[in-house]
Design a protein around this ligand. Structure first.
Ligand code: ADP
Ligand code: MG
Ligand code: MG
Length: 250
């Protein structure tokens, strides 16, 4: 589904990613961990196509297509979802209306008509029931006065509705409390299937107590310096990152 080869990327002329290789297959959950400033958010932004990031070398292949020339919006339409893509408050636009617009824009990009209102309603019911989201929450203004947990609930609801092939969740927020973590984890666990894939980016091992990754990668100084299974995350929690830095001679 996703194949990243020798990816180098910079922002404001500063080299951040220095040769990333990563392959994600359908049905897999990958965790990317690493110390602050190692390039985790940069990697997610580059995959999603944020324009301030410059790819200088290497390639990102998604579903067999080199996506380098595609704008963020086009990548989203192809099924790449990045959390925190819409952190803005939009007074007067409800959680539901926002997601309806996103769905219909995606359909338009695919040459389809708007989703019939009846089908949309059915989908909203189905996904909000699955995620145990209160109907009242759906009519709230987007992000306006949302708590950390409510922001997460909104993101997971968007993800459920858009049903991306590849979801990238950048849990960059140090303020994530245990409730917010559970919302994210429950959502991911309920939404994952053999056809989609998830990349969870986190600084913290504890999220991986709830989302069990198939693979764990450690990013350090713009490179994946170690890959393993869930046990690697446990080892990191016990020993920190310094031993890896020593191991790779950084
Ligand atoms: P992480 O998510 O692992 O904490 P980031 O990808 O956010 O790391 O940042 C990696 C490095 O790139 C840091 O040194 C950071 O200061 C720098 N960086 C990231 N985004 C920008 C930007 N928009 N402008 C300048 N420097 C940036
Ligand atoms: Mg980050
Ligand atoms: Mg950043």
């Amino acid at each position: 589904m996703l194949k990243i080869e020798n990816l180098h990327a910079s922002v404001e002329d500063k080299n951040i990613l220095k040769g990333i290789n990563l392959e994600v297959k359908p049905g897999e959950v990958h965790a990317i961990m690493g110390p602050n400033g190692s390039g985790k958010s940069t990697l997610s932004s580059v995959i999603a196509g944020k324009e301030e990031y410059e790819v200088s070398e290497g390639s990102i292949i998604f579903d067999g297509e080199d996506i380098e020339e595609l704008a963020a919006e086009e990548r989203a339409h192809k099924g790449i979802f990045l959390s925190f893509q819409y952190p803005v408050e939009i007074p007067g636009v409800s959680v539901t209306n926002f997601v309806k617009t996103a769905i219909n824009e995606t359909r338009k990009a695919q040459g389809l008509e708007d989703m019939p209102a009846k089908d949309m309603l059915k989908l909203i019911r189905e996904k909000s029931d699955l995620l145990e989201i209160d109907r009242k929450f759906l009519s709230r203004s987007l992000n306006e006065g949302f708590s950390g947990g409510e922001k997460k609930r909104n993101e997971i609801f968007q993800m459920a509705m858009l049903d991306p092939k590849l979801a990238i969740l950048d849990e960059t927020d140090s303020g994530l409390d245990i409730d917010a973590l559970r919302i994210v984890a429950n959502g991911v666990n309920k939404l994952k299937s053999k056809d989609n894939a998830v990349i969870v980016i986190t600084h913290y091992q504890r999220l991986l107590d709830y989302i069990v990754p198939d693979y764990v990668h450690v990013l350090h100084n713009g490179r994946i310096v170690k890959s393993g299974t869930k046990e690697l995350a446990l080892e990191l929690e016990a020993k920190g990152y310094d031993w890896i830095k020593e191991e790779v001679g950084a």
